[in-house]
Design a binder for this molecule. Structure first.
Ligand SMILES: Nc1nc2c(ncn2[C@@H]2O[C@H](COP(=O)(O)OP(=O)(O)O)[C@@H](O)[C@H]2O)c(=O)[nH]1
Ligand SMILES: [Mg+2]
Length: 239
């Protein structure tokens, strides 16, 4: 009998990007719960005035300074580092506030690795939310944004979620740009425009550790809401 042929297939690599602004309390918890299948975690430190960068390093993450303030800028800074230092097969985004459950990462990447999807959203609407985790204004904004996307792009998302994964090569075709609150909407509508194979999986969501900087403040909510709506409209008008 012929010996089995050993065909070595390279196992896929997974890198995690975490935009962080003053999250010294929550970040160690996020990093502690990160599953072993993750190759590396890149934390974009967005001008934190607390020990965010130090705790991230102590917990084994790579830290990239993101001098321009804003969620999108921080993601872009981390991604530039990932691109320059050897990109992964799959990139995953997680918030720094310990609202997401990093231990659920295998479920979020599975449809990419197993079913060949390009992009998977962790949906907090389909998953279990701790009471008070998703503030009413965030919930309302999400419903409105998803409804607008359905109307203008014909796709039914259930959430604009911070916990999501994308195949790296596909992600690179998005040419992401938004420096702040429009980043998530840009990501989700561009994925539709590029014809990505998109899925959603339920994820859990708990009340954050520390103070909310976006939907927990009136100005954050108004600015984020405006930016999300204008981003959804703008890309629907572009060819
Ligand atoms: N890089 C960066 N991240 C931010 C900024 N504001 C908030 N974040 C991060 O974005 C994520 C969501 O912010 P958060 O304050 O939890 O907003 P919420 O989820 O709407 O309450 C967290 O990981 C924050 O650290 C910012 O100005 N820059
Ligand atoms: Mg949060």
């Amino acid at each position: 009998m012929a010996a089995p042929v050993d065909t070595p297939t390279e196992s896929p690599t997974i890198d995690v990007v975490i935009p962080a602004f003053n999250e010294e309390e929550s970040l160690p918890l996020v990093l502690r719960d990160m599953p072993n299948l993750v190759r590396r975690v890149v934390v974009a430190d967005n001008n934190s005035t607390d020990a965010t960068a130090d705790v991230a390093r102590e917990c084994g993450a790579e830290v990239v300074p993101a001098p321009r303030q804003g969620y999108g800028s921080a993601c872009l800074a981390a991604l530039a580092h990932v691109r320059a230092s050897g990109p992964p097969s799959v990139v995953v985004f997680v918030d720094a506030d310990y609202s997401d459950h990093p231990d659920e990462l295998p479920m979020v990447v599975e449809p990419i690795l197993e079913d060949d999807l390009d992009f998977v959203i962790g949906s907090r609407v389909l998953g279990e939310r701790e009471p008070g985790a998703l503030l009413p204004q965030a919930r309302f904004g999400n419903v409105l944004a998803c409804w607008m996307i359905r109307w203008l792009y014909g796709h039914r998302y259930t959430d604009l979620g911070p916990f999501r994964a994308a195949r790296w090569e596909a992600f690179e075709r998005l040419d992401m740009r938004d420096p702040n609150f429009g980043w998530t909407a840009e990501l989700q509508v561009k994925a539709l425009k590029r014809g990505f194979r998109i899925g959603e999986v339920p994820v859990s969501y708990r009340r954050r550790v520390g103070v909310s900087k976006i939907t927990g403040t009136v100005s954050g909510t108004v600015r984020a809401g405006y930016k999300i709506i204008s981003t959804i409209l703008r890309y629907s008008l572009e060819r």
